[in-house]
Design a protein around this ligand. Structure first.
Ligand SMILES: Cc1cc2nc3c(=O)[nH]c(=O)nc-3n(C[C@H](O)[C@H](O)[C@H](O)COP(=O)(O)OP(=O)(O)OC[C@H]3O[C@@H](n4cnc5c(N)ncnc54)[C@H](O)[C@@H]3O)c2cc1C
Length: 233
């Protein structure tokens, strides 16, 4: 896969060894997350809005109400900064200074375009639902034309992007390793709970297998065994 050449805007300054412009790394971070944060300026005020996303090929898609400020502003062609973050652990060092956090994050810069063709929109919405809960699209009632019209879909090309990954334990100053202070990592992860049926569920409706055995994107595996699996490449 061809790399994403760093630009003046995506070149990491601090701890650049943690950075990557490798498309596969950026894609795995995106695909392993349910949601991102979309940053943009509106009337000279910065907003950062959390929202679901899906990647198909080299495009990152977000969707929402056609009335949403984020979608309306982004569709006008304003510059966007999309951030995807996974928090993997708290890193406790011996010194306060070297405390850190383990993470995988990606930042994508660019300008989005609205997807207006109804068939293309439907394909993205299908992919989005399948990204969040694989298997759900075939069970859910499809959007009617009115619902489709009330939904905006935006495509952001992944051409200017960076990843940054901090794994591992603390890195203390040499002298501090002699201090009797606990140091190490508290791993963090999102866990799923047991499904809770809607109180208005019709009698006799079974819990689908994809609900009972739900896996978050980050814990899904590709056919090649890698995490963050999606079948949308
Ligand atoms: C959960 C989490 C917590 C963090 N906590 C802190 C903290 O407390 N203090 C702190 O200084 N830093 C923290 N960081 C790191 C922070 O995100 C930046 O990497 C850091 O501020 C260094 O930025 P810079 O000045 O080198 O780059 P900037 O000049 O800010 O960025 C230049 C370019 O580098 C790329 N870039 C920068 N950071 C990232 C990133 N995280 N992921 C992908 N691309 C990136 C972007 O393309 C950006 O446009 C944290 C990161 C995460 C994910």
């Amino acid at each position: 896969m061809e790399a994403l050449p760093p630009t003046e805007r995506t070149r990491l300054k601090r701890l650049p060894q943690r950075g990557s412009y490798d498309r596969e790394t950026v894609y795995r971070i995106i695909d392993g997350a349910l949601f991102c944060h979309v940053g943009f300026l509106h009337n000279q005020v910065p907003f950062v809005i959390p929202t679901l996303h899906v990647r198909i090929g080299e495009q990152l898609y977000v969707h929402g109400s056609a009335a949403s400020r984020m979608l309306r502003t982004a569709a006008e062609g304003v510059a966007l900064c999309v951030t995807v973050t996974h928090v993997d652990g708290l890193v406790l060092a011996r010194s306060a200074f070297h405390h850190s956090i383990n993470y995988r994050s990606a930042i994508i810069l660019g300008v989005a375009q609205e997807v207006t063709d109804p068939d293309a929109k439907l394909r993205v919405l299908h992919a989005l639902v399948e990204h969040v809960v694989p298997g759900r699209w075939q069970d859910a009632r499809p959007p009617c034309p009115k619902e489709l019209a009330a939904t905006s879909v935006l495509a952001l090309p992944i051409t200017e992007a960076s990843a940054k990954v901090r794994p591992g334990g603390p890195g203390d100053d040499a002298a501090d390793y002699a201090l009797p202070i606990w140091a190490g990592v508290i791993p963090l992860k999102i866990v799923t709970g047991a499904p809770v049926a809607d109180e208005r569920l019709m009698g006799g409706v079974e819990v689908p297998e994809y609900v009972a055995n739900y896996l978050l994107p980050d814990t899904r595996r590709d056919s090649d065994g890698k995490a963050g699996g999606t079948n949308l490449r």
